[in-house]
Design a binder for this molecule. Structure first.
Ligand code: NAP
Ligand code: ZN
Length: 379
C-alpha cells in the first residue's frame, strides 16, 4: 500500500502571509495564473503579490483562464511565461486556474510540446516548472492532486492530461470563500463529496488511503445541513438563499483538500467520467455535472460493495441512498438533456475503460444505461 502526496500543504487562516518564505523559496520570477475576476476580488491575488512585492520578486499576471481551461489558453499562458522567463507558476483560483497553472508549468519547460498535444501520452515522463497553488473554491482539491483537466475544443475533448503535476506548495485559506456566491460554494462542495465517494467506491481504494475520504466524509457530513439550509431558504433560489455560515469556510476548504488527497491516490471514477460530456456539450458546471450521477453510481455500487456504501452513508449521517439522492437534488436541482444527447453520452461511456475498470465490481452496459436514466431527465 502506498500513500503519496508530495505537496507541502498548509491549511489555515492567512496562510499565504504566514508562509511567505515558502513561496519565495520556490523561484525567482513568477507567472501568476488566474481567472478573469475572482482572484482580484477575493483578496487572494493581493495576498500573493504583497509578498512578491516585499521581496522584489518580478512577476507577471496572466488573468485569462476561463472555466474548464482550454488548450488555447494554456498555450498562450505558456508563451507569456517563456517570454517573461518565469521559473515558477502560481495558480490562484478554482480548479480551472490551478489546472491551467499546472499545464502551463509543463509547457514552459517543454517548448517542443504543442498545447494541442497535451492529451497525448508522452514516451517518457516530462519535467515541469514548480507550481504554487492557492485555491479559492472548495471543490476540486487540485492543490493536492497531480491532475490537470484541460479541454481541447478542436477535438471536442475534456479530459485530464497524462502528466503528473503535483504543486510543490499549497496554501489553503477558507477566507477566500467569503466572496463566493452560495451556489458556487454548494456546487464545488458537491464536487469534493464526489471525490471522496468515488475514491472509496473504487478498485484502488484500500485501508491506507481510506483515511482521507473517511475523515473528509465525516467533515462533509458536518457541513451538509448548512449547505442544504442555504438552498432551502428560498426554495432553491440560490442567488437569494441564506448565506453559508462563514465559520464553515475553513472546514469546507479543508474537506476539499482532503478530497483532493483522496483522488490523488485512486483517481476519480464513473461519475467524473460521465460529467465531462455534460460540461462540454451542455455547459453544466463541474460540481453539478458530477453530482447528477453520484447517487445512481452509489446505488449500482451497493450491489458490489454494500458495506462500503453503508460506511459512506453513515459517515455522512444519511439514512439510505434515496435520502442521499434527495439531498443532492436539493443542492443542485436536476438536469435535462435531449434523448439523443443522453444516448450519445451513454454509448461513449460504455467504452471508457479508464473509468469503468475502476468500478469495484462488474458494471454492465445495462448499469450504465440505468445511471444515465436515473440521473438525467430528457426533454
Ligand atoms: P472554476 O471553473 O475554477 O471557477 C468557477 C467560477 O468561480 C469562475 O467564474 C471563477 O471566477 C469563480 N470563482 C473562483 N473562486 C471564487 C471565489 N472565491 N469567489 C467568487 N468567485 C470565485 O471552478 P472549480 O469548480 O473550482 O473548478 C472546475 C475545474 O476543475 C473543472 O475544469 C474541473 O474539471 C477541474 N477539476 C480538477 C480536478 C483536479 O484534480 N485537478 C479535480 C476536479 C475538477 P474567475 O474565472 O474570475 O476566477
Ligand atoms: Zn471533480
Amino acid at each position: 500500500m502506498r500513500f503519496f502526496v508530495p505537496t507541502d500543504i498548509y491549511v489555515e487562516k492567512d496562510c499565504v502571509k504566514n508562509h511567505a518564505q515558502n513561496i519565495l523559496a520556490v523561484g525567482k520570477r513568477a507567472l501568476i495564473v488566474t481567472g478573469r475576476n475572482s482572484a482580484a476580488a477575493n483578496g487572494s491575488l493581493n495576498d500573493v503579490t504583497n509578498i512578491l512585492n516585499a521581496d522584489e520578486i518580478p512577476y507577471l499576471i496572466f488573468s485569462e483562464v476561463e472555466e474548464n481551461p482550454s488548450t488555447d489558453t494554456v498555450g498562450k499562458a505558456a508563451q507569456t511565461a517563456r517570454e517573461f522567463k518565469a521559473d515558477f507558476i502560481i495558480g490562484i483560483g478554482g480548479g480551472s486556474a490551478i489546472d491551467a497553472a499546472k499545464a502551463v508549468a509543463l509547457l514552459l519547460v517543454n517548448p517542443d510540446v504543442d498545447a494541442d498535444e497535451l492529451h497525448k501520452a508522452p514516451s517518457h515522463p516530462l519535467d515541469h516548472a514548480p507550481v504554487v497553488a492557492v485555491p479559492t473554491t472548495c471543490g476540486t482539491g487540485s492543490e493536492a492532486t497531480p491532475v490537470s483537466i484541460i479541454t481541447n475544443h478542436k477535438i471536442n475533448l475534456k479530459k485530464s492530461i497524462p502528466h503528473i503535476i503535483f504543486p510543490v506548495l499549497a496554501l489553503v485559506d477558507g477566507k477566500y470563500l467569503a466572496s463566493a456566491k452560495k451556489q458556487l460554494i454548494v456546487n464545488t462542495a458537491v464536487d469534493a463529496l464526489a471525490h471522496m465517494v468515488e475514491s472509496i467506491l473504487n478498485v484502488k481504494s484500500n485501508l491506507f488511503n481510506r483515511m482521507c475520504p473517511e475523515y473528509g466524509l465525516k467533515l462533509w457530513g458536518e457541513c451538509k445541513d448548512a449547505l442544504s439550509a442555504a438552498q432551502n431558504a428560498t426554495g432553491n433560489d440560490a442567488e437569494n438563499a441564506a448565506p453559508i455560515d462563514a465559520s464553515l469556510y475553513e472546514k469546507l476548504m479543508l474537506t476539499s483538500t482532503i478530497a483532493g488527497m483522496s483522488i490523488a491516490q485512486t483517481s476519480t471514477a464513473v461519475p467524473h467520467g460521465m460529467s465531462y460530456d455534460l460540461t462540454l456539450h451542455a455547459g453544466v458546471p463541474h460540481g453539478p455535472a458530477v453530482g447528477y450521477f453520484l447517487a445512481a453510481y452509489v446505488e449500482v455500487c451497493a450491489k458490489f460493495v454494500p458495506q462500503d456504501v453503508e460506511k459512506i452513508l453513515s459517515l455522512l449521517g444519511i439514512e439510505n441512498v434515496d435520502k442521499f439522492a434527495e439531498m443532492l437534488r436539493k443542492l443542485i436541482g436536476t438536469c435535462t438533456v435531449t434523448r439523443e444527447m443522453r444516448d450519445k453520452f451513454a454509448a461513449a461511456m460504455k467504452t471508457n475503460r479508464s473509468k469503468l475498470d475502476l468500478v469495484p465490481g462488474k458494471i454492465t452496459p445495462e448499469d450504465i444505461d440505468y445511471i444515465y436514466e436515473k440521473s438525467l431527465m430528457v426533454e
